[in-house]
Design a protein around this ligand. Structure first.
Ligand code: ADP
Ligand code: MG
Length: 233
């Protein structure tokens, strides 16, 4: 038990250090990007324009990794509040309207519960989780497809939110790797989306399950504890 606590301490110290380093990287990165963009707007030579584009693209990638990493390693200082899960879902989907259209993806929601379902949560973190799932679903359907987001109340005072896509799916032997930091099968992937999502869901007392049939699609199921018992009439 003592050893467990020591390990947890060590982990949180490493996490804080990592978040600190990531934070420090952000400022010089912003300067590099700013000046690169400035250069891009003044360059005429096609070769040089090609090089500066590569520089900016790679800087964008570093920025993305640093941002994702910070949200993973950030020490817990988040405020939990009562939030309506239907609103969180709607808020997330709004963000993806144009992106979905652009990728020939339709997003359908099945929310049968009209009365508000309240969870005790950090709304932005839950939205980030939902965004990760939608993003993965869109990326799994390179020729377009359909995402179904459904919500249902379970008997044990939890709410289940499902994100189903009809994309490439995940072979059985790869399922066990999901959630491992930096595990990705995408050329430009980072492999932190599911790790972060899983961490956030656990912090909310919830659970995440991924089911998939290769070439048919994937369903990510999230269960979260409801704060107030839904009133059945
Ligand atoms: P990234 O999206 O950067 O690869 P994630 O942690 O979000 O990182 O996902 C890890 C891996 O899980 C992906 O590379 C992909 O192989 C698999 N994956 C996640 N969601 C889906 C999905 N909806 N359909 C198919 N594969 C998925
Ligand atoms: Mg992802």
């Amino acid at each position: 038990n003592d050893e467990l606590i020591r390990n947890l301490d060590r982990l949180s110290i490493i996490g804080q250090l990592a978040a600190g380093v990531a934070h420090e990287i952000r400022n010089p990165l912003t300067a590099l990007k700013g000046f690169s963009k400035l250069m891009q707007s003044t360059l005429m030579d096609t070769d040089q324009l090609r090089y500066i584009k590569i520089i900016i693209d790679e800087l964008d990638r570093i920025e993305l990794i640093v941002n994702e990493f910070m949200s993973l390693a950030k020490p817990q200082a988040v405020e939990f509040e009562e939030a309506n899960i239907q609103d969180l879902i709607k808020g997330t989907l709004t963000v993806f309207e144009t992106q979905a259209l652009l990728h020939n993806v339709t997003i359908e929601t099945i929310i049968t519960h009209q009365e508000p379902l309240i969870i005790f949560s950090q709304p932005n973190q839950i939205k980030q989780v939902f965004m990760n799932f939608i993003k993965n679903a869109i990326e799994a359907m390179s020729f377009g497809g359909n995402i179904i987001v459904s919500l249902r109340v379970m008997k044990n005072d939890t709410v289940e939110v499902c994100f189903s896509d009809n994309g490439v799916g995940i072979p059985q032997e790869r399922l066990k790797h999901l959630g491992t930091p930096f595990y990705t099968t995408k050329e430009k992937g980072i492999g932190l989306g599911l790790t972060i999502s899983n961490k956030i869901i656990k912090e909310h007392g919830g659970e995440m399950i991924i089911e998939s049939i290769p070439n048919h699609g994937t369903t990510v199921k999230v269960t979260l504890p409801l704060l107030i018992k839904s009133v059945c009439i």
